[in-house]
Each structure stands twice: as C-alpha cells, then as structure tokens.
Design a protein around this ligand. Sequence first.
Ligand code: HEC
Ligand code: HEC
Ligand code: HEC
Ligand code: HEC
Ligand code: HEC
Length: 379
Amino acid sequence: MRGILLTILLLAAVSAQAGEVIVKSNDFTSSKVCAHCHKNIFNTWQNSLHSSSLTDPIFRASYLEAYHETQGRASQVCMPCHAPLVNVNKDFDLLKDITREGVSCDFCHSVKDVQLSASGPNKFVLEPGLVKRASIVNTSSPSHQVAFSKLHKSALLCAGCHEYKNSLGAPVFTTYSEWKASSYAKDDKPCQSCHMEVQEGSTVAPGVSPTAQTTFNVHTIAGGHSVEQLKKSVEVEIAEVRRVGDKMSARVIVTNVGAGHMVPTGIPTRRLLLKLTAKGQNAVLYETERVYEKVLVDKDGRVLTKDWEIMLHAKKVIKDTRLKPNEPRAEIFNLNLPKNSDPVVVSASLFYDYRPQVVEETPMSMELKSVKKAVPAAQ
Ligand code: HEC
Ligand code: HEC
Ligand code: HEC
Ligand code: HEC
Ligand code: HEC
C-alpha cells in the first residue's frame, strides 16, 4: 500500500515537472522551459543585454520619453527589435509574459530567414513551433525537433536588428554593413566568431540526453557594456615625439585592431576619445583630445544627442570620424612647451565615452589604453 502511494506521488511529481517543460507546437515557448535542459546556455543568455532588452534601465528611460512624445506610437517603432515577438503576436502593449522576455531563446531559434530589403524594422521570417534551428549537425532532442541552419552561423541573423534605417531614411545602425565592407566578412568571420565564443561545457544538463557536443557557444554576447570586450578593440601608440627648442610634436596612432566593425558602432551616442597630455615635473603643461563619433541631425539641422530622438527624428549623418575595422589613424599634435620645462612626458589614453540619460545624464567613461613617452630634453 505504502509502495503504491509512493509511486503515485513520484509519478505526480514527475508529471508536474514534465508539464513545465513542454515546448509549444505552434507558438513561442518561454525561455524558462529551454532552461530546464539548456542550463549553461540559459545562464549565459541571462547575463546578456538581449535578455534585458526591455528591462535595461537605459532602454526604459529612453522608451518612456519616446512613448510620451509620440502618444504611444513609439511602441510600433521600438518593440520589433526590443521585444521582437511582436513581429508575430502583435502584442505591442506587452500584455503577455512571453513578449516581455525580450530577445529570447525561442525568438532567435525560430528565425528561418532575414530579408534585409524588407521595409520597416521587421525583417524576420519566423516559424515558431517545434523546430529549433542552430548549427549542430545530426542531433536530436527529446522535446523538440532540430534543424541545421546556415543562417545561425551567419552575420545576417544579427543584421535583422543591428542594421537599421529609420522612417526618415537615416542610417541609425550600420554595424552589419560596416562588417560587410571589412576583411572579416571576406575571411568568413561573422559576428558570432567574436561575440559568441566557444566554451568547454555541455549544451544540455546532465541526464537530459546523450550529446556528442563537449562545448557550447557563450550567449552573453558582450559589447560596449563590457570593459573586457572594449579593451580588445583598440590600440594606441606614440609613434614619434620630436622637439626643436620649445616646439614639440607628437605623432600618435590609434588602431581598430579587434572589432569587426567601426569603433564605436551601433547606437550613435557613444564616442571614443583620445586624450593627449604633456606633463612637466609638477604640472600638466598641455592637454587636448580627439573625438571619434557619428553625428546625426534632424530635418532642421539640429544635432541629436538622445538615443530615442535619433531613432525617431534623425534625418542625416553630418559627421562620421569613427575608426574602420583594421584602420590605423595617425594624429599629429603640435604644441609649444613653456621654457625650462624639462623633463616632459607625453601620454596618450583612449576612453570609451557614453552618456545615457537614465534619470539625469549619467556619464560613463572607461579608460581602454594608455601609453607614455619621455620627451627629448631641450637643446
Ligand atoms: C527536454 C530537454 C530540452 C528542452 C526543454 C529544450 N531542448 Fe533544445 N535540445 C535538447 C537536446 C538534448 C538537444 C541536442 C543537443 C546536442 O546535440 O548537443 C537540443 C538541441 C537544441 C538546439 C540545436 C539545434 C541544432 O540543430 O543546432 C537548439 C537551437 C535548441 N535545442 C533550442 C531550444 C530552445 C529554444 C528551447 C526552448 C524553447 C529548447 N531547446 C528546449 C533538449 C531540450
Ligand atoms: C540573439 C540570438 C540568440 C538568442 C537570444 C539565443 N540564441 Fe542560442 N544560438 C544563437 C546562435 C547564432 C547560435 C549558433 C552559434 C554558432 O554556431 O556560432 C546558437 C546556438 C545555440 C544552441 C546550439 C549549441 C551551441 O551552443 O551552439 C543551443 C542549444 C541554443 N543556442 C539554445 C539557446 C537557448 C536555450 C537560449 C535562451 C536561453 C538561446 N539559445 C538564446 C543565437 C541565439
Ligand atoms: C531581435 C533583435 C536582435 C537580434 C536578432 C540580435 N540582437 Fe543584438 N541587440 C538587440 C538589442 C535590442 C540590443 C540592446 C539591448 C539594450 O541594451 O536595451 C542588442 C545588443 C547587442 C550587443 C551589445 C551588448 C553590449 O554590451 O553593449 C551586442 C554585442 C549584440 N547585440 C550582438 C548581437 C549578435 C552578435 C547577434 C547575432 C548572433 C545579435 N545581436 C542579434 C537586438 C538584437
Ligand atoms: C573581429 C571581432 C568582431 C566581429 C567580427 C564583430 N564584432 Fe562586434 N564588437 C567587437 C569588439 C571588440 C567590440 C567592443 C568595441 C566596440 O564597442 O566597438 C564590439 C562591440 C559591438 C557592439 C557594441 C557597440 C558599441 O560600440 O558599444 C555591438 C552592438 C556589436 N559589436 C555587434 C556586432 C555585430 C552585429 C557584428 C556582425 C555584423 C559584430 N559585432 C562583429 C568585436 C567584433
Ligand atoms: C532595428 C532595431 C531597433 C529599433 C527599431 C530600436 N532599437 Fe534600440 N537598440 C537596438 C540595438 C541593436 C541596440 C544595441 C546597439 C548597440 O549596443 O550598439 C539598441 C540599443 C538601444 C539603447 C541603448 C541601451 C543601452 O543599454 O545602452 C536605447 C536607449 C534604445 N535602444 C532605445 C530605443 C528606442 C527608444 C527605440 C524606439 C524609438 C528603439 N531603441 C528602437 C535595436 C533597435
């Protein structure tokens, strides 16, 4: 009797658990369901900006302003990328939990095709349901079907959101076309090769089902919010320092060594700053900077500095001094040093500068690289 009761209880427990892990046959499934089996991947995705594409406070503050200005119409503009299930379920008011998961597991793994020529932000051909697509060849899963997809090894998948002209035709995001024009595209190094590194570990939790895979792709997909990622992108070198009397000149070279697109890329409110300083024994003798950025204006020529204004109102680009992939940029600085200022040391530092407006402007500045050189003594 006891034995039977225990069996019934156990069965009930198992089926309750199984009830939670049902992959829906003709709709999107919650990432929590995928998490049951794909633990490692879920944990990395959870730390990504894709999983917080709606909850990210920087996005929320910006969206709120856009929403007020447009009496809600901004939802139609922003959500196709920040809550991309709206492309299918039209839940623009975000009433369903599943829509609020942002750029979710099942969104990316239900994409069948990306059509960049389609107008508006929705460029995805989606097929939600039992078939999950990625790049493992010859596999199977107990809870869904699988399909090998070349698209998931390609930059085109990312281009659906990372390449965008707004309704006025202004090129707001050009990360994909920057990549397409670079040597990385020719060498078949897509976004994934830098943003989804391969890590030792299992694609599925122990006990789920045997797998031949011993590694998985990290889904954190770090970018400008990661100092570690940023530091890979640029190098700075003081190539030459000359001095004739009190006249000094320095040639500094800044190179985009590690990004497969311009630095900075993406949202145009980010800038790279090169700061050059000349220091005497006790004082800063000279300080100046160069800025690498893309600047957009509205139809009246007003420079736009807020993310949402750029998305909605940018009309054209009036300046673009960002560093192209692999580009070395030489900067010459000429200055007059005060008399008797020996010894002098020049230093060149790179900063990533970003001023998101959360409650009030919150400047963030991250030093990426810094080098120093002694200036020859005055003759
Ligand atoms: C009951 C366990 C289970 C659940 C739940 C589950 N999967 Fe899987 N999935 C697997 C297994 C097992 C594999 C095969 C893994 C391997 O070969 O390494 C797999 C493979 C995959 C693949 C690889 C397909 C390919 O051909 O490259 C994708 C993508 C995928 N799952 C996505 C999802 C998504 C998205 C969800 C949630 C909607 C999900 N899975 C839910 C067990 C599961
Ligand atoms: C932004 C799109 C995107 C999101 C969101 C996303 N994936 Fe992936 N996933 C990919 C791509 C692209 C690959 C293939 C990478 C490659 O092969 O270079 C992949 C690969 C996989 C694989 C095959 C094994 C591997 O590591 O290559 C599984 C399983 C998988 N994802 C499950 C998930 C789950 C579960 C989630 C949510 C927790 C998720 N993915 C979220 C894009 C995404
Ligand atoms: C459905 C739209 C969508 C797709 C597809 C997509 N992304 Fe994103 N991505 C976003 C959004 C939205 C954000 C910004 C979220 C936020 O901060 O609010 C983002 C942010 C990022 C970031 C910035 C992270 C940081 O630290 O600043 C990187 C890098 C990135 N995505 C790379 C990729 C790559 C690589 C792919 C393809 C494998 C991809 N994305 C596919 C929408 C998408
Ligand atoms: C050769 C490696 C490499 C490739 C290929 C690459 N990236 Fe990046 N990406 C980086 C590095 C390094 C950074 C950090 C520097 C920066 O922010 O520009 C970065 C930053 C980003 C950011 C954050 C933007 C910013 O400036 O804050 C986004 C978004 C992004 N990448 C998307 C993509 C997409 C989409 C693709 C493919 C079309 C891609 N990346 C291809 C290396 C790469
Ligand atoms: C075509 C897709 C797309 C549309 C449409 C879109 N976004 Fe984004 N958004 C992105 C991507 C991709 C990123 C990340 C880019 C990067 O890091 O360079 C992003 C990043 C942002 C960020 C910066 C978040 C952070 O943490 O740094 C803000 C703010 C933002 N978007 C606001 C909006 C608002 C408001 C709208 C609507 C008016 C909107 N976006 C429409 C794709 C889109």
